[in-house]
Design a binder for this molecule. Sequence first.
Ligand code: DP6
Length: 342
Amino acid sequence: MNRKPSTDASGELCAASQAQPNIALVKYWGKRDLALNLPVVGSISITLESLWTRTSVRFVPGQQGDRVSLNGRSDEAEAKRISKCLDLLRKRAGVGYGAEVASRNNFPTAAGLASSASGFAALVHAGARALGLDLSLEEQSVLARRCSGSAARSIFGGYVEWAHGRLADGTDSVAMPLLDAEAWPLRVAVAITSTAAKQVGSTEGMRRTAETSPYQSAWIDTQEADLGVARDAIRARDFDALASISEYSCLKMHALALAAQPGLLYWNGATVECMHRVRALRQQGVPVFFTVDAGPQLKAVCAPSAIEQVKAALRDVPGVLDVLDTGLGEGARALASDWVDA
Ligand code: DP6
């Protein structure tokens, strides 16, 4: 059933939502269906708290095409992806007219900080509300997944698992919460080692890996076991077990991508130096582990008591430009105002 569409003073259909990036501890890499954006493997992530995307959507009856502003600027490639995502919502609502979208991130965009995850989760959440679609979180997760795989997980907060699913139509490839953020409030220090946009995006990186990496089948064959270990570690709040499986999954994903042709090398020197720093801290008894996605930033996940020490150690690494600090947060949600300028 549809809910009453949100309207602003001029009677237009609008809504604004916020979502946060998530960081995979057991990684998603590879697709089993390109058109539906279905993954070859399941994955497990944590949703962050203080990094966010805020997105406002206004559907304008009679408007042809969409007008998109990202961090106050237009970006043709991203605008295309956004229009494709809005098309899914328009189809559900049975409307054909265009929208205005204004979206802002409070962190570097497209540099391996999961901006597409928070971006598409916020877009689906706001767009569905603006159109009066009464979608469950699972349905929102499925729609967000169509736009960017990892966005399926940012619909939910805390510890989240996204199933690869078995159905051809992808309706069972949905994310679900494993544990609330407050139940195990770990912290994350993000070492920014470059603010440049990455050279090879995740979608292209996954395609190249599947076509050329000799390790693709080993990656798929070992993922179920990794998910089981991570699930158990989260349920038991077993930091050492989560540290060990997370670094293993991260390095295995990069080994798989490094073996593509041409090899995908997402790290710079500072990324590698940060990995050594994190491991040295752990050897001294500090509860911390690292993970790295398709970009050069390093995320160090730690116990709350260790955050200042971890941040200081990462700041000290040559080539680290900045260190952000966040806890774990909630899933996508409505903002109080129906329109937030970007
Ligand atoms: C390395 O979700 O950005 O961050 O589905 O093609 O949009 P598309 O890919 P995307 O890939 C994320 C890959 C990763 C690992 C992860 O988040 O699980």
